[in-house]
Ligand binder design. Structure first.
Ligand SMILES: [Mg+2]
Length: 436
């Protein structure tokens, strides 16, 4: 299929955070940064010298979605479509070609090779302590904090260490920040700050976007699959949405544990006071219900039952290229539509760049999210390859698609390895690609 038509789908699913619900990411990331460094300094004894209270312009420029971490070597990497190391830093210091070669002979890293063959195998277990990538605004400051921690340890040691062990402290800091009970108890600093000043962190969702979802719901089955627990979903959407959350969806799945939701067979749970109660079969799921965990196969049976279509065709819309785009595709669950803000922040012909996007999403030191320049010209980034291979179309924000007719055919990516096939960017290609 060379074209994408919304009306070809019987069911449409949505991710919530950074898909329907937008955050003021600049304030959110500054808050996360502050809470993580406070934890490292006060609870893990890190020297505060390198960790300034507020992110500087240089810090902002160092952060980018989709960077890879070589945690043991203290390096941060940008990978090409073939998984080769295109550029790298040790701590905050960028490596030249010779230094990259010393770490990664022929620019190959054995773990990135494993990752590009199957990104899901490095998600858990021992490999997840060695390689990881960041793709959400909830963990974006990790790159600058990890890099500064490496700088600090190198200085204390007088030279680079053979092996770094910073990740366990970072994971503890993240767990401490997002510990769920704190939302209910008004404890900790993350949720209580969001509750005190929601307008600082959460954007009001455009009524037109919500009306569009309700319009879709008249002829299709609409589902929400989010990684967040319902208490957080209720908190953010009651601030951001002018509509009742449940009026928008036929079913709501929380704490879905993507990407496993699409690839594994965890059961659905009913909720009692927002906590998991009983295991449910697909037959027990009800229209209007709110559930935890679950799996796509059971959800698909439910959608077939309520739509009276034996094998309903599903589209899933999300921003996380592993959880929302790759995994629904490889499991054969859904076609996907990617929401990638860099498409707009790097510039699209005929569109203004929102200021907050520009500072947070773009990075002069790492370059374009989509296209990597090298001595012989350019190559595609790993993420551009993922968008092209696993999504039908890619848009920077949901509101870009709400005014097209549901029957309008849009050019789409063709799910091929041909790097020239880049017609699925809608409404326009990012300038980095347009200029090729
Ligand atoms: Mg998301």
């Amino acid at each position: 299929m060379k074209t994408f038509i919304l009306n070809n789908y019987d069911c449409i699913g949505f991710d919530l955070d950074s898909t329907i619900l937008q955050y003021n990411i600049k304030n959110l990331i500054q808050l996360e940064y502050k809470l993580i460094i406070d934890f490292l300094i006060n609870k893990r004894g890190y020297n505060p010298k390198y960790f300034n209270e507020s992110l500087t312009d240089k810090d902002w420029d160092f952060m980018q979605n989709g960077l890879f971490f070589d945690f043991e070597k203290g390096n941060i990497l940008k990978l090409s479509s073939k998984g080769k190391v295109h550029s790298a830093s040790h701590g905050t210091k960028f490596l030249n070609d010779e230094e990259i070669e010393q770490y990664y002979s022929n620019r190959l890293w054995d773990l990135s090779k494993i990752f590009i063959e199957n990104p899901l195998v490095t998600r858990n277990g021992p490999l997840s302590l060695k390689i990881r990538t960041l793709l959400t605004c909830f963990d974006m400051p990790i790159s600058i904090i990890f890099a500064k921690a490496v700088d600090l340890l190198d200085e204390e040691n007088g030279k680079p260490l053979d092996k770094y062990n910073i990740l366990p402290d970072l994971l503890d800091a993240i767990l401490d920040m997002y510990e769920r009970e704190q939302l209910r108890n008004n404890a900790g600093n993350f949720y209580s700050e969001l509750k005190r000043n929601p307008e600082k962190y959460i954007k009001k969702c455009s009524p037109e976007v919500l009306a569009w979802i309700q319009e879709l719901k008249k002829t299709k089955k609409i589902f929400l699959v989010t990684g967040s627990n319902f208490d957080f979903v209720e908190f953010t959407t009651s601030y951001a949405f002018c509509e009742n959350l449940q009026s928008l969806f036929d079913i709501i799945v929380c704490y879905a544990k993507k990407p496993g939701f699409f690839t594994e067979n965890r059961p659905f749970y009913s909720l009692k006071n927002n906590y998991e109660d009983k295991i449910l079969s697909s037959e027990e799921l009800e229209v209007g219900g709110i559930y935890n965990q679950g799996n796509f196969k059971d959800l698909h049976k439910f959608l077939a039952r309520i739509s009276n279509i034996s094998n309903p065709k599903c589209l899933y819309i999300g921003d996380n290229l592993i959880e929302d785009i790759y995994s629904p595709n490889v499991s054969g669950s859904c076609n996907t539509l990617a929401i990638i803000s860099e498409q707009l922040s790097e510039g699209m012909l005929g569109y203004d760049i929102p200021q907050d996007y520009e500072q947070v999403c773009n990075s002069k030191v790492w370059g374009s999210f989509f296209i990597l320049k090298n001595s012989s010209g350019h190559e595609h980034s790993y993420w551009n390859h993922m968008i092209k291979k696993y999504s039908k179309i890619c848009i920077p924000e949901l509101k870009m698609i709400i005014n097209i007719s549901l029957d309008e055919p849009l050019k789409c990516f063709c799910n091929e390895d041909d790097d020239k096939e880049l017609n699925g960017y809608y409404p326009a290609k990012p300038i980095s690609i347009f200029n090729l």
